[in-house]
Design a binder for this molecule. Structure first.
Ligand code: ATP
Length: 379
């Protein structure tokens, strides 16, 4: 394995030269960046581990710097460079599933506290030397995920979810003992918020369905790959991809479990709408005209409409999402006020009825026809 490749990849990054010019304590690039370069993959974020204070180093690079004092970490964002600096530490878990208590330590002590051996490779910047804990290189060569010790999933059960994510993304096998330990680990000790954090990372993967299916039972999800694919194909550009997938797989999950995950209000609302997707699909299919399709789908988040479409209302979902939801009147309340309609519910009702006629093709195009319709005796 050629550590210089890692240094070269770092220097090719925007702002990479500034990182390599850092002076101070011993610094190493670590984790996914090293793993991915050595695998010939395109690495994502740059993680640095530092034997000493990270604040001063982060400030040396400049840009947008955020410090997380409790985690002995800083984040730098500068001209396309996203850099996570973490002080080398040893960790102690006060109880299973808790966030670890950390204290400064050497790089050599820091590496084996990580989740999997292949994520614990580091290259020190001053001498371009590879630092690899026992078996890390062997596991990388064998394309294998292995935890460092038998308590790893007890200390931090979110690693069970990380295991599924890396295994799917990298196409790595899971070491036999690691697979057994993961299957025996319980997620019960971890906060819902941390589980949701890992779930979101999974949803952001290029292909989230495989890792989601791996952990479906544990997370009380129902993963139907073809349903997810159909929903994504119907989802419009303004739908959030990860939210469409989340709602598709979590729509049958028990409410108290979803509540425990402390999802955002938006995530929870979209899942709640998706719970009703079969009914929405039936109502959409039953709609006889565009205004009725609007009645069925107007207040439904686009992600949930896509799921309803995937459940049997594909034509209706496509028409609503692609065309009908964008239909607006050219006139507004001001036009009716100016024409003498008093302010109040009657005004809104006239606009609503006019929009329905427009959707159903009952009035000619243009402001004049809309105004005539809104002011007409039948309106
Ligand atoms: P990615 O390619 O997804 O960015 P990464 O390996 O860089 O992968 P991060 O989540 O950015 O992943 O974490 C950086 C490093 O921190 C990991 O490579 C791993 O060594 C360590 N790490 C992160 N989360 C944990 C955890 N829960 N337990 C132990 N080590 C962890």
């Amino acid at each position: 394995m050629e550590p210089q490749l890692v240094i070269d990849a770092l220097s090719a990054r925007p702002g990479g030269a500034a990182v390599l010019a850092l002076r101070g304590p011993r610094i190493a690039v670590v984790g996914g960046f090293v793993r991915d370069v050595l695998l010939g993959r395109d690495p994502r974020e740059v993680d640095l581990v530092v034997e000493g204070d990270v604040r001063a180093l982060a400030e040396q690079i400049g840009g947008n710097v955020t410090h997380h004092a409790a985690f002995l970490a800083s984040h730098v964002s500068r001209d396309g460079l996203e850099l996570e600096l973490t002080q080398a530490r040893r960790e102690r878990y006060p109880h299973p599933g808790a966030l670890p208590l950390v204290e400064p330590a050497s790089l050599e002590e820091d590496l084996p506290r990580r989740d999997f051996t292949v994520n614990a490779l580091a290259v020190t910047l001053d001498d371009a030397q590879l630092r690899a804990p026992d078996r890390a290189l062997e596991d990388l060569g064998a394309r294998r995920l292995r935890v460092f010790h038998d308590r790893s999933f007890i200390d931090d059960p979110t690693r069970v979810l990380r295991l599924a994510r890396y295994s799917a993304r990298l196409g790595f096998v899971v070491d036999h003992n690691t697979a057994r330990l993961a299957s025996e680990a319980s997620l019960d000790t971890v906060s819902g918020a941390r589980i949701a954090g890992e779930l979101r990372l999974m949803l952001e993967e290029p292909d989230p369905v495989v890792p989601l299916a791996t952990v479906a039972t544990r997370l009380q999800l129902s993963v139907d790959p073809s349903l997810v694919a159909r929903a994504l194909a119907l989802a419009p550009a303004d739908a959030e991809r990860s939210l469409t997938i989340l709602a598709a797989v979590a729509r049958e999950a028990p409410a108290d479990w979803l509540d425990s995950l402390e999802l955002t209000a938006r995530e929870r609302a979209v899942i709640r709408s998706a719970e009703h997707a079969p009914l929405l699909a039936a109502a959409a299919v039953a709609a006889r005209r565009p205004s009725e399709l609007r009645d069925a789908l107007r207040d439904v988040p686009v992600e949930a409409v896509a799921i309803a479409g995937a459940l049997g209302a594909s034509e209706e979902a496509r028409r609503w999402l692609g065309e009908l939801r964008h239909v607006k009147l050219e006139i507004g309340g001001d036009d009716l006020l100016a024409a003498g309609v008093p302010a109040g519910p009657e005004l809104g009702a006239r606009l609503e009825r006019t929009l329905r006629r427009k959707l159903d093709g009952e009035i000619a195009a243009g402001r004049e026809a809309e105004l005539a319709s809104a002011l007409g005796s039948g309106a």
